[in-house]
Design a protein around this ligand. Structure first.
Ligand code: UDX
Length: 447
């Protein structure tokens, strides 16, 4: 009989995982504790912007015309316990308020709520990003709380999806990592993944701590790569070098690789910043803090970029105060193809300039609603051209395709002054310069 799957938590990770499991042919039941989310998902609507996810949901959500009906949603833990053979826990682990450590309360609450309803044999699979040692602790909790006959096992299966590519990354992962204790867990997870997704994809079986660490160390490596190139950008700025050329040239060395070497205002979002901080906090608890002190530097190089962008804007306006200056900000989300503004470098820069008296107008293709909620006092425009109208300087802070395709000549007609600062090194300098703009980018000569 085919396995039945439940997915607990329907954020970027859970909603995508649930839809992907249905796409693979499994019967899937998703759970969330927020009624509005469940109502939306039941209508086949996605509570956030994620390319391709709505189509995939609508293909499978029960009750939608023409759907396979394989995917349903509920708020009822007993229903989830009774339904599933394999339960994926996909809830959020945000940074704790005012601390480096991550907040495990949603994971803990999910285990407490689910365990008493399990029926045997049940496999619970953690996918959330957690501090190393959590799986060990949660396995013990599961053994305490699950009914005697449930024969509950835990496995840890970190997820590496990127926002904006969530569907593709889930259906075509680079690798699948499973931390297991028993043979049954491994066998079941192979059944879930191997035939449909992972034919030819590396399937790495390991213990709990290694599986947890694979995720945090992968994110730390990515963060390190970005901060490394941003540190080189700082040196290029001081020495008159060009960081984009430098990145291209070092990237040809296959040992270095050319990905994740785009210098600019740095990384943000709900993962990299909080994951490196939680990793440092956990290493401290384990007495291994020295091993990760370099991550403090990675974090501070990253945070420094935002201030440097503000200073670049001040310089472009002739130095001195922002008072009375009109600043257009293109981009609000932490990266393109997402509506996520969590720890967004773009909004941080916009907010700093606003606090210093600048008249800031922001435009973003998908992030406007979230940005307005988080920074209600900033000015907003309905298009790039509207944001740029009357601007003394234009800041390009999130590299949406829409911005790369802008017509610099047309924008030059509405701007008060033709100065554009590219905080993402993503625009074509020559195209802007030809249209009479002063184009400046982080870590590159002013030309
Ligand atoms: C990241 C990891 O990539 C993913 O594997 C993990 O599962 C979750 O965290 P995500 O947060 O969606 O994914 O975004 P990612 O594409 O990694 O970008 C993170 C940030 O780094 C963005 O703000 C992006 O603009 C920035 N970035 C990325 C750079 O500044 N330069 C680069 O070269 C690449």
């Amino acid at each position: 009989m085919a396995l039945k799957i439940t997915v607990i938590g329907t954020g970027y990770l859970g909603a995508t995982h649930a839809a992907a499991m249905a796409e693979l042919g499994f019967e899937v039941l998703g759970l969330d504790v927020v009624p509005e989310k469940i109502e939306m998902l039941q209508r086949g609507e996605v509570p956030m912007f994620e390319p391709g996810l709505e189509e995939l949901l609508r293909k499978h959500v029960a009750g939608i015309e023409g759907s396979t009906g394989r995917l349903r949603f509920t708020m009822d833990w007993a229903e989830v316990g009774a339904f599933g053979d394999v339960h994926f826990v996909c809830v959020n682990t945000p940074q704790k308020h005012g601390e480096y450590a991550c907040d495990m309360s949603y994971v803990d609450a999910a285990f407490e709520a689910l365990a008493p309803h399990l029926h045997g044999p049940a496999l619970v699979v953690g996918k959330s990003t957690v501090p190393v040692g959590s799986a060990e602790r949660l396995a013990a909790r599961l053994a305490e709380l699950a009914p005697a006959g449930a024969d509950a096992e835990l496995a840890w299966n970190p997820e590496f999806l990127r926002e904006g590519f969530a569907v593709n990354d889930t259906l075509h992962p680079d690798r699948i990592v499973v931390g297991v204790r028993g043979e049954r867990s491994e066998k079941l997870l192979r059944e879930v993944y191997v035939t449909p997704v992972a034919e030819g994809t590396p399937f790495v079986v390991t213990d709990f701590p290694t599986a947890e660490l694979v995720k945090t160390s992968a994110n730390s490596f990515l963060a390190t790569k970005i901060s490394f190139i941003n540190a080189m950008a700082e040196v290029c700025e001081a020495a008159g070098g060009d960081v984009a050329k430098l990145a291209e040239a070092i990237g040809y060395d296959e040992r270095i690789g050319n990905k994740f070497l785009r210098a600019g205002i740095g990384f943000g979002g709900g993962c990299l910043p909080k994951d490196i901080r939680a990793f440092m906090a956990r290493a401290g608890e384990l007495g291994a803090d020295q091993a990760l002190t370099f991550l403090r530097e990675i974090d501070s190089i990253n945070m420094r970029r935002r201030g440097q962008m503000v200073e670049m804007a001040r310089d472009a306006l002739g130095g001195g105060s922002f008072l009375g200056k009109r600043v257009a900000v293109l981009g609000a989300t932490f990266k393109p193809d997402s509506d996520d503004v969590r720890d967004s470098p773009a909004l941080n820069v916009a907010g700093q300039i606003h606090l210093q008296g600048g008249q800031v107008t922001v435009y973003d293709p998908k992030g406007m609603a979230n940005a307005k909620r988080l920074f209600p006092t900033l000015g907003y425009a309905d298009s790039a051209a509207e944001a740029v109208r009357g601007a003394d300087v234009v800041l390009h802070l999130t590299e949406w395709r829409e911005f790369r395709e802008l017509d610099p000549a047309a924008l030059g007609e509405v701007a008060s002054s033709r100065v554009i600062l590219d905080g993402r090194n993503a625009l074509d300098p020559e195209a802007w310069r030809r249209a009479g703009w002063t184009y400046r980018a982080m870590g590159r000569p002013t030309a």
